[in-house]
Design a protein around this ligand. Structure first.
Ligand code: GLC
Length: 505
């Protein structure tokens, strides 16, 4: 955005908020108060702080000192408005697709097996995308009930799914696909009202000159050509500018922070700042906080109180792995969505299409099952807030919606339907005005007891995975309990160990 307005907005966003304090201070605040742009102090030199804080260490990246935190300069209401679609979406689909689909051993294969560049690059002649049907992908995403999607513009192997001016190692110039794979998907999902997001591996790039190799030393002489700083300025930053200009993603998913100092992260942050609506995750590094926490392969909230998004695979691998048959059940996936939403987060669930562009059938089946459940029970998920409990009840989960008229709807997600038809919302001292099962509209009654609100469920479970009762109240419910909700401080940030990311060796 090179308009005067764009420049003004981006200069507003270029504010360093300094945070030379301990982790506790960081943990208590979601966004440190930014200094006015005109008087923004210069960031202290890198390394000026102690490395005592696990939180700052995570934000700084493996082995690097903590940095001054960089955030967009915006008011809390402006941020809430920017984040609204993401908050309300609750469910997104992640797509890992690239040349790694040819050897079919997951997206870390080149690094895990120390495949030389020349050998790996040869796989591109079999990356045909011959059966790629972006309209069908978009239809599946819609049928799954997902409201956004994120696809790998470039993963750690450096291969881009679009034609880049800054590297020929891309789908159009180097692979058998010979075409841009992103634009048709962007068009197809947007036509269905689904937000289009992109993943970009800014630090690791195992094939382009100077690209990082993560926490593994280079395994091929060819990877020792070029400097990391040249890679950042000549390939990564220009490619990010390219994908922002070409595809206007609503969300950017950075990945792995290795070697991302503040100086290296800065140009990426500045680019993002040119797009006032863009949302970015927390994995850029260099002190850039980002908008979303990204607990990976586990359900946890964000230690800094950011909107969080649990990303997860359906089997074990992100990229197509022909022998990985460890499929999670659709019940597990539906319960994960219920669980994550009850904690106030989003679920970004991954599929890994093969080299022809076929999404494996077990993934298709599970996404459709989620869509069937959401079709009936979506009110309990989309646009809801975290439930009122710090510790989840044994019988299931709770989400809630605050209504403009001051009332609230409490969604009781019943995982284990009780034999006597009764569950207790502990600590809730008021009866509901009314209640019903979302599956069939049958009335649900409530009564107050010393233990809390007794909910009497009619008949048997209408859904074996999760049955939802919606209870209407005249005001948001207050739970009388002694334990306060706390963030799970063990759960934020990027797993920096590749074997922790994708265990296919
Ligand atoms: C990890 C892995 C990567 C995957 C990502 C998804 O960081 O390195 O392969 O893309 O997680 O969140």
């Amino acid at each position: 955005m090179n308009t005067p307005l764009g420049k003004l907005l981006s200069s507003f966003a270029r504010v360093f908020a300094l945070l030379p304090l301990a982790a506790t201070a960081l943990a208590q605040t979601t966004a440190p108060a930014p200094a006015p742009a005109s008087s923004a102090p210069k960031p202290p030199p890198v390394g000026a702080f102690s490395n005592a804080s696990p939180i700052l260490f995570r934000e700084g990246g493996a082995g690097l000192p903590p940095y001054p935190v960089v955030v967009r300069d915006e008011t809390p209401p402006a941020k809430a408005a920017r984040m609204k679609w993401f908050h309300d979406a609750r469910f997104g689909i992640f797509i890992h697709w690239g040349v790694y689909a040819v050897p079919a051993k997951g997206e870390w294969y080149m690094s895990n097996a120390k495949v030389p560049q020349a050998t790996y690059r040869a796989f591109a002649k079999d990356f045909t995308a011959a059966k790629y049907d972006p309209t069908a992908w978009a239809a599946l995403i819609e049928e799954a009930g997902a409201k956004y999607m994120v696809i790998t513009a470039k993963h750690h192997d450096g291969f881009t799914l679009y034609d880049s001016k800054f590297s020929d190692w891309n789908a159009v110039k180097t692979s058998a696909a010979h075409r841009d794979l992103l634009q048709p998907l962007a068009d197809a999902v947007r036509a269905r009202g689904i937000k289009f997001g992109l993943y970009y591996s800014q630090s690791q790039d195992w094939n382009n000159p100077g690209g990082g190799t993560g926490n593994r030393p280079a395994w091929d002489e060819a990877q020792k050509q070029g400097s990391f700083d040249d890679y950042i300025t000549k390939i990564a930053v220009p490619q990010v500018r390219e994908i922002l200009e070409k595809y206007h993603p609503a969300y950017l998913f950075w990945d792995t922070e290795y070697s991302m100092s503040p100086e290296r992260a800065r140009p990426f942050f500045d680019l993002m700042s040119e797009y006032p609506e863009l949302i970015g995750n927390n994995r850029l590094g260099g002190g850039v906080l980002g908008d979303t926490g990204t607990p990976e392969q586990r359900i946890a909230t964000d230690a800094l109180g950011r909107q969080f998004e649990v990303c997860m695979t359906i089997n074990r691998a992100w990229g197509y792995n022909a022998t990985d048959l460890a499929w999670k059940s659709s019940q597990q996936l539906i319960r994960n969505l219920s669980d994550i939403t009850s904690k106030g987060g989003n679920y970004l669930l991954n599929v890994g299409p093969d080299a022809e562009g076929i999404i494996p059938e077990p993934e298709v089946e599970r996404l459709k099952a989620m869509g069937r459940w959401l079709h009936t029970n979506g009110d309990a998920i989309y646009g809801t807030e975290a439930g009122p409990y710090a510790k989840s009840p044994e019988w299931g989960r709770v989400t809630q919606r605050f209504k403009p008229n001051g009332g609230s709807t409490v969604y009781v997600h019943v995982w284990n339907w009780p034999a006597n038809g009764k569950i207790v919302l502990s600590g809730v001292p008021v009866a509901a005005l009314s209640g019903k099962l979302l599956a069939n509209g049958v009335a649900v009654s409530t009564s107050v007891s010393p233990a809390g609100l007794i909910v009497t469920l009619p008949g048997s479970a209408p859904d074996q995975d999760v049955s939802v009762a919606a209870l209407e109240f005249s005001a948001p419910i207050q739970v009388i309990e002694t334990v306060a909700r706390t963030a799970d401080s063990s759960s934020s940030g990027t797993p920096l160990d590749p074997s922790g990311g994708t265990p296919q060796k």
